[in-house]
Design a protein around this ligand. Structure first.
Ligand SMILES: *Cc1c(COP(=O)(O)O)cnc(C)c1O
Length: 462
């Protein structure tokens, strides 16, 4: 215990929190009433709160602690780098050893046609960078009117002005006058929620063709790029039907539109490949990355850029007037490098693909037998269940029941972090999770569902 605040009890911590800490993505009124859950330490796949409860972290923090908690090698890497060179920038033609080593390492993992990396401090900053790069690219190519970027309803690309604008979260757009001009959204490939009577395969084609419709509406010569997550994460782990990405690939090639695959969640092993683009055969021009790149031990993000775009920047010359004080931060870079080493040495990507991914998915499917569950789906180490009132017709509960939040709170109280996206419950556990821990996760998820059902029965909702 090195900080005074760590010696305080839960009530005192919550009082300070209430008085001084303005939280991200929280309802401040109910937070003040309930008090924040204080997380005080973590190890492996578990976190502990200030009352001593051990909780299995089914969300890997926020989709990021891929190697799990408590990896001393990353702490050592940070310490060594702080002593050697705690900070220097890469503006104005400077660089330093950790950032060049990290760029080389990431380029080696990325698809063959992507060899350059721009660094940022987060996923949101990465998408701000992408927006400017896309438009700068078409300017350099003499087609500045190719300006509009097409995103998707319910997509998540971060919380900065550009990130939230590229994303398709209505609740975010409502605050702050978003989206900014030059951004258009099309429907998502969400079969369970929006597929109606179509088969998933037919719906996948239909959802992809929304892109073609938008391109023709806006005009091929005005559309710069399409941005999407290979698997939509914060929107509810929307796994696209198998027909979706091949059809998107065809459309992008036909109209010469740049592809931005937002890999902030899918990147660094979550799908059982290094990147979600490799899992789905997507050919991106840009891959925004963050989260798993440092396993959350340090804030860092980046954009992996295709040779086509990087070559245009090089050939045409002139400054790209964009960068962050902490672009390529040496300590973050050293931690990211060590994180990639750990992922490789533990063969975590292969472990997800061949062992723990299939194991988790087969167990997760058993949740579909629960009376509240309309669908269980997933890929690698990311998965979702849909809570419904009636399975056969995929009928939802009324919105004011707030079933997702009820289920989430009951789950956390009983030792498992599940996240609620509306009525969709999602997980994205650390890649190091073992079989026993998966069994525990499934047992606790089932318990949360049972408790949710009892709660609804007590309330007379079912
Ligand atoms: C989390 C997330 C972001 C934003 O990253 P931050 O580091 O929170 O800014 C962007 N895109 C996707 C797909 C994400 O999941």
């Amino acid at each position: 215990m090195t900080h005074a605040a760590q010696n305080l009890d839960t009530r005192s911590l919550q009082a300070i929190d209430n008085a001084h800490y303005l939280h991200p993505f929280s309802d401040h009124k109910s937070l003040r009433e309930k008090g924040a859950r204080m997380i005080v330490r973590a190890e492996g796949v578990y976190i502990w709160d200030s009352d001593g409860n051990r909780i299995l972290d089914g969300m890997a923090g926020l989709w990021c602690t891929n190697i799990g908690y408590g990896e001393k090698r990353l702490a050592d890497a940070a310490y060594r780098q702080m002593m050697e060179l705690p900070y220097y920038n890469s503006f104005f033609q400077c660089a330093h050893p950790p950032v060049v080593a990290l760029a080389k390492e990431i380029a080696a993992l990325a698809p063959d046609h992507m060899n350059q990396v721009f660094f940022t401090g987060s996923g949101s900053e990465s998408n701000d960078t992408v927006l400017r790069m896309v438009r700068h690219y078409w300017s350099l190519k003499g087609q500045p009117e190719k300006f509009t970027i097409i995103g998707r309803h319910n997509g998540y690309h971060g919380s900065t002005v550009a990130g939230a604008s590229l994303g398709g979260m209505k609740a975010m757009h409502k605050q702050g006058g978003l989206p900014i001009p030059g951004i258009h959204h099309i429907p998502q490939p969400y079969w369970f929620g929006e597929g109606g009577d179509l088969s998933p395969e037919d719906f996948g084609i239909k959802a992809a063709q929304e892109l073609e419709k938008a391109i023709l509406d806006i005009g091929e010569d005005k559309v710069a790029a399409f941005i999407a997550e290979p698997i939509q994460g914060a929107g509810g782990v929307v796994i696209p039907p198998s027909t979706y990405w091949p059809e998107i690939n065809r459309i992008l090639a036909k109209y010469d539109i740049l592809m931005i695959a937002d890999e902030v969640i899918c990147g660094f092993g979550r799908t059982g490949e290094w990147f979600g683009s490799q899992y789905y055969g997507i050919k991106p021009d840009f891959m925004p990355i963050a989260k798993g790149m440092t396993s959350g031990y340090m804030p860092m993000g980046g954009v992996i850029v295709s040779d086509r775009v990087a070559n245009a920047f090089e050939e045409e010359g002139g400054d790209f007037n964009h960068g962050y004080t902490y672009s390529g931060h040496p300590v973050a870079a050293a931690v990211a490098l060590e994180n990639l080493k750990v992922i490789k040495e533990k063969n975590l990507v292969q472990y997800v693909k061949e062992d723990i991914g299939p194991y988790l998915q087969s167990k997760w499917q058993t949740l579909a037998e629960h009376p509240l569950v309309g669908e269980a789906r997933g890929v690698g180490l990311v998965a979702a269940i849909e809570l419904v009132k009636d399975k056969a017709t995929r009928t939802r509960f009324d919105e004011d029941v707030g079933i997702g939040v009820i289920c989430r709170d009951l789950s956390v109280e009983n030792g498992l972090v599940l996240r609620a996206c509306g009525d969709t419950m999602i997980i994205s556990p650390p890649l190091v999770i073992n079989h026993e821990e998966v069994d525990e996760l499934i047992e606790k998820a089932w318990l949360a569902l049972d408790l949710t059902l009892s709660h609804l029965q007590a309330q007379g909702v079912v």
